[in-house]
Design a protein around this ligand. Structure first.
Ligand code: CA
Length: 220
């Protein structure tokens, strides 16, 4: 799952980035509204965390511009404390949720998880596919109740597929959602990760759709 983090306070953005990366998200950072606007228009993110007070273009303008273009990326806005009018303006501009500064990192992570879950149509924080259970809160995966030990990349691939059960997901899409923009991407590695995953979870749960990609078995 890939997050666009838009924050001009570098101390805060570093803390948030670290917390997100520790939770196995990949993060692209924009430090001003113009870069944010461009990245949101050109890269596929699973959610954005958007500060409102930004250099060059303010957060509300960025959000309005995305929404005007039909970009329905889930957006969590960061507002200054006790500024109810900012929250109202943000929600009216198309924000899905808000968080006032200062905040606890755990709360930010919980809100991001919920946004991504809802956007992919999953009501519960525990995703289940056959014998596989992925707890989005703890990042733990189990198969028939036994813990499965996954590498960070394997987890990222599985998490994306489990959020999108029943859908065909191309290698390109997976690549775009498990690597940040500045990373040297290679879609061939996806095959390697899927191959390893199939040894750790029941292999029939991840179907190869010839020429198109992969499909995690949907709910039956
Ligand atoms: Ca700011």
């Amino acid at each position: 799952m890939r997050i666009l983090l838009v924050e001009d306070d570098l101390t805060l953005s570093n803390q948030v980035r670290l917390a997100l990366e520790e939770a196995d998200y990949v993060v692209d950072l924009a430090e001003n509204g113009r870069d944010a606007q461009y990245l949101g228009e050109t890269e596929p993110f699973d959610a954005a965390i958007l500060d409102l007070g930004l250099p060059l273009v303010d957060g509300i303008t960025v959000l309005k511009s995305w929404r005007a273009q039909g970009i329905c990326l889930p957006v969590l806005i960061l507002t200054a404390r006790d500024t109810w009018h900012e929250k109202v303006a943000g929600i009216d501009a198309g924000a899905d949720d808000y968080l006032g500064k200062p905040f606890h990192m755990e709360e930010l992570l919980a809100r991001v998880r919920a946004l991504i879950r809802r956007a992919s149509g999953n009501a519960s924080s525990v995703l289940i596919c056959g014998a596989v259970r992925l707890d989005t809160r703890s990042g733990r995966v189990s198969v028939d109740g036994e813990p499965a030990v996954l590498t960070s990349h394997e987890f990222k691939v599985l998490s994306y597929l489990m959020h999108h059960q029943g859908e065909i997901v191309s290698r390109t899409t997976l690549t775009e959602h498990i690597y940040a923009q500045d990373f040297d991407r290679d879609s061939n590695t996806i095959e390697v990760f899927v191959g390893r995953l199939r040894k750790k979870i029941p292999s029939e749960l991840i179907e190869t759709v010839r020429g198109l990609g992969y499909r995690m078995r949907g709910p039956t």
